[in-house]
Write a protein that binds this ligand. Sequence first.
Ligand SMILES: *Cc1c(COP(=O)(O)O)cnc(C)c1O
Length: 387
Amino acid sequence: MPTTTAAVARTSTRPRLFTPGPVEIPVRILRAMSGPQPHHRTDVFRATFKKVTADLQWLHQTQGEVLMIAASGTGALEAAVVNFMAPGEKALVLVGGKFGERWANICKAYGVPYDSIVVDWGHSIDPAEVDRRLAADPSIRTVFGTQSETSTATVYDIQSLARVIRARSRRFIVDAITGVGVHPLPQDDWGVDVVITGSQKGLMSPPGLGTVSIAPWALADIEGDRLPRFYWDLRKARKNLPAGESAWTPAVSLIFAVEEAIAMMKEEGLEQVHQRHARLGAAVRAGGQKLGFTLFSRSPANGVTALEPPAGVDASAVVKRLREVHGITVAGGQDHMKGKMIRIGHMGAYDLSDMYVVLGALEECVNAAGVSAGGAIEAARLAWGSV
Ligand SMILES: *Cc1c(COP(=O)(O)O)cnc(C)c1O
């Protein structure tokens, strides 16, 4: 007898993104970027450029300067390295996952000598250890870290790290690409020299715009003998900023997108945005655990959640079924966690109802794998209300 495979019945009518970047783009933002585009050397656009720069200062809570560059987040990370590091100067890189490693890889590419503090995936970085390393090696001038390590869905304590790094008069450069708009990071208050973002994460926009936020006391640090730089030369970006101009052709449509994204954040209130993400994180964690998943991170982030499936459930099969049956895209694990976990993104314009959608679908996937589980939605609702 020939065997037939029953076609998997699709239950969704539209694709939904629950990935830790790119994230679902709100209709408001799509609309804001879809109008006729002004030329970038016009008064109309200069006004927008200045306004969005000020909006970004508001977002980062800095009196310094926020420079926009046309690149995905990694370009902004590289810009930070080449503009702040003098040739031969040594760095300390904090590594707890793929994005910590990226700092190390950029340093390697530019011949920057560096030491690393490496922790197991899902574990946080101990500020006391950073303090010891800085005390032991006065030649380290700059520390590169990550606020929210997207590969492990882990948030690091930037405030405490910044405190020890500043107390030792070193520079702290933070990749906050999945942190900004999710977790608080008041740059000037916490004493963080440089903060990096990218448009396709907490900023709810398409990919392609990176930002480098420089605290007031660190602005002069990009002057002088630094690593080779041309396109990434932030001195050129700074020079043109007062006129509302970028050094090169800017990512015009993305700047309109980010303007709308920050307008949305201002309407909701920054504290409320952070609070909502705390609730989203709590809801997904509770719902996932109710279904028998194990939380991967010891210090879970609020913009992305990493879950290891219960025995008998294959993570890759869940990722596939979520997409094919439910129209939902989530991320899997990377490197040694490939095929072993799922990562659900919930940064940006998500709400509790969105979490019901992804958890309801996840519940179906677990049951389809033959493991009986339920109650995720109620667990999520209770957790949301308890934060
Ligand atoms: C997404 C992300 C980046 C940047 O990646 P791009 O693909 O270059 O935008 C960097 N760091 C973290 C923590 C991220 O999540």
